[in-house]
Design a protein around this ligand. Structure first.
Ligand SMILES: Nc1ncnc2c1ncn2[C@@H]1O[C@H](COP(=O)(O)OP(=O)(O)OP(=O)(O)O)[C@@H](O)[C@H]1O
Length: 368
């Protein structure tokens, strides 16, 4: 049975740091006494300002960096006794610059690790073709060289290559930070979609708190000096930062951001005056009228006193029952009538939501 995201068995972590310290030179450690369990099948994000030890921590998982003291366990086993090359092949690794080999085609790049693991050429090419599709790239790109791809396409190939040997763990070090914001948003959504299918244990490094809260089932906030400041699911981080450093890092607008994580299930639903265009003549005149189609889906609003179909006001986002408080607030703010339209799972009008009620819920959440 599939575990819901973020609820993997905490008692059986995939990666554990036990009192891990790394000092490159005498003096300030890059990572200071890190103890942390990373959930199996979940995305854990390491976030924090530049130089706080995120990359160093990530690289201690595949022994690209050796701890000065402490233990790193993968799947319950101390990695200090494991051969680094073999360990690395059991983990996908995606870097900021996709790090593709320039003189090899896209397909050959993707096939690199499976070939090293001894898979046949034919087998790996078939798998590489499948992976191109998995990461949303057309098959025709397979015969191109990396320089003939856009930055976003190169990152997708980087992800495909990391997935090629089907490793249980993916290490991703600022994988999307070199592409423009639009492509970055696409890549983030793509990663979430992929993760729903693949349920890998992903460790993702970023210095962008928005990316961290979007992608992470849990987020580890590192502070300068390689100290772990807080480790929590995103909603908890936004709602209850443990200290001023974390509060400052997650930002002032965190209350609004945290709405995205709050379910709005208990919001009161107000009744709506509705009509179809065919029954418009029988509708009351002095109220905002919500026009619905024959299937009961919202089509637009008519202001009080306006009953001509030409005056239909369309637009405004919808609030799907059971979704977030943020979606409810967006629906109320974008609705021409001032009340947001709530729809059920089939897209039929279920009632109206009121901004006042959303704000009351928000206040209740703060004091609770
Ligand atoms: N190979 C190295 N030799 C010496 N010092 C290093 C080395 N790698 C990293 N450091 C130092 O260790 C500290 C942590 O670096 P690390 O790259 O882990 O931080 P980071 O949080 O990933 O930073 P960024 O977001 O800038 O990538 C920094 O002070 C850095 O200068």
């Amino acid at each position: 049975m599939e575990e819901p995201r973020g609820r993997s068995a905490a008692a059986d972590p995939m990666v554990s740091f036990r009192n891990v310290t790394k000092s490159y030179a005498a003096g300030n450690p890059a990572v200071d006494n890190l103890t942390l369990d990373l959930d199996r099948g979940a995305i854990t994000v390491f976030v924090g300002p530049s130089g706080c030890g995120k990359t160093t921590s990530l690289r201690m998982i595949n022994r690209m960096v050796e701890p000065t003291s402490g233990t790193v366990l993968v799947d319950g086993k101390d990695i200090a006794g494991q051969a680094p090359a073999k360990l690395r092949r059991s983990m996908g690794y995606v870097l900021q610059s996709a790090g593709l080999l320039p003189h090899r085609t896209v397909l050959d790049n993707i096939a690199t690790v499976p070939r090293l693991n001894g898979a046949s050429k034919r087998e790996t090419r078939v798998r590489a073709q499948e992976l191109l599709e998995t990461v949303g790239l057309p098959a025709a790109l397979g015969s191109r060289y990396p320089s003939q791809l856009s930055g976003g396409q190169q990152q997708r190939v980087g992800v495909a290559r990391a997935l090629a040997a089907d490793p249980p763990i993916l290490l991703m070090d600022e994988p999307f930070s070199a592409v423009d914001p639009v492509v970055r948003a696409e890549l983030q959504q793509e990663l979430l979609r992929l993760q729903q299918q693949l349920a890998k244990t992903i460790v993702f490094v970023t210095h962008d708190i928005d990316e961290a809260t979007l992608l992470g089932d849990k987020v580890a906030v590192f502070a300068t000096g390689g100290r772990l400041a807080q480790y929590a699911p995103p909603e908890e981080l936004l709602r209850a930062p443990v200290d001023d450093f974390v509060a400052g890092f997650v930002g002032r607008d965190r209350g609004f951001r945290s709405l995205s994580f709050r379910e709005a299930g208990e919001l009161p639903l107000h009744s709506a005056a509705t009509a179809t265009l065919a029954t418009l003549g029988d509708a009351p005149g002095g109220v905002w009228l919500l026009i619905v189609d024959d299937g009961g889906a919202p089509a637009g609003w008519l202001p009080p006193g306006e009953r001509s179909p030409d005056r239909l006001l369309v637009g405004g986002s919808l609030f799907t029952l059971g979704s977030s408080l943020r979606q409810a607030l967006d629906a109320t703010l974008s609705s021409p009538s001032g009340r947001g339209v709530a729809v059920d799972g089939q897209g039929r009008v279920a009632g109206l939501v009121d901004a006042e009620d959303v704000l009351k819920r928000l206040e209740a959440g703060r004091s609770g």
